[in-house]
Design a protein around this ligand. Sequence first.
Ligand SMILES: Cc1ncc(COP(=O)(O)O)c(C=O)c1O
Length: 446
Amino acid sequence: MAADQHGCPLLACPHSSSCRLFFPEDPVKIVRAQGQYMYDEQGAEYIDCISNVAHVGHCHPLVVRAAHEQNQVLNTNSRYLHDNIVDYAQRLSETLPEQLCVFYFLNSGSEANDLALRLARHYTGHQDVVVLDHAYHGHLSSLIDISPYKFRNLDGQKEWVHVAPLPDTYRGPYREDHPNPAMAYANEVKRVVSSAQEKGRKIAAFFAESLPSVGGQIIPPAGYFSQVAEHIRKAGGVFVADEIQVGFGRVGKHFWAFQLQGKDFVPDIVTMGKSIGNGHPVACVAATQPVARAFEATGVEYFNTFGGSPVSCAVGLAVLNVLEKEQLQDHATSVGSFLMELLGQQKIKHPIVGDVRGVGLFIGVDLIKDEATRTPATEEAAYLVSRLKENYVLLSTDGPGRNILKFKPPMCFSLDNARQVVAKLDAILTDMEEKVRSCETLRLQP
Ligand SMILES: Cc1ncc(COP(=O)(O)O)c(C=O)c1O
């Protein structure tokens, strides 16, 4: 076989194994999608429980039309005056606490978090970052460094990165029976900050997803973020809320997931991506005036070729319009509660379901080997996901043990979809239990 100068085989296929497919054993070729449904090349219809990017539904006609109409008129960059960028910033500001009033537009969640890091460092004059364990904040070099989910598999932790435990009340050190898990987990952050300071390090920022999703669909206890912010600000740092997976009404009762932490909690920087453009590459950083002014004071221009283009802003505005017109935030509350209720019944029925947690249409089902140890049921979760796919339900797993079934469907996911998906889950779990029972019977036979 032909080889390159490093001796690596030269393959005809341009695909790198660093890029993975869903269901690698039996990948799906999707050729069309609408709302919460995806269709393969044979025309088979799948219910999409994975895509929080197609936030208001795949190929939503109003979003598609907004992009098309603006594309026909003008697509340029943010160095020219344009109404779309101003209208869009205005509309976003109406969803946020008034302190978060300066907006930067970009193309991806990674770009947003990288800019947030720069802003935090300029504002504080410090370098270091505190992150939650198992977090993922993006694929740029700067963000791999603050993503334990990635750097643990690479050359390790940089000296300017400090990791605090996930505020996981199901599997973490402080659980549902702890009298004050919010304070206990916030004190862990305080401890991490103090130990960094003892080494002469200075904290620029605390980065966290408002609901840690890659970490396993975690719901931090209420009050945790305010207490963390207090410890971080005391150390001279800022609080960055990564809303890339969980913002834009997904949690139902609030537009932003950080608002679950109470009215008084306001991050210094909020990063947005994925759902913001319903699949179009749009992202945004919202910052407070003092943070933005410190960045301006450097005198260095911020320019992003595609960020904030008239088309991107038209798409962003259309997403906000659809959310409002179709009342998708309220819809997420009602369908999410119904789905939680159905999944709760599965927990009673099937011992493998250890925990069902969530808010709105952000739900995790934690699969365990046994209740006493709560050991992640990793292989079982993978098996379930592949069986669900055979049953035309697209679902995936998250968490360090890859045992948490994650529900993050498009926001138009319906009550009927919830019923269908849980009925299929129930049938597969029952079948799995049946198989285990017959194996045990066989083993018991002399
Ligand atoms: C929480 C979080 N932050 C940031 C990112 C990076 O976003 P992008 O892939 O758009 O660069 C992701 C992507 O998965 C994410 O889940």
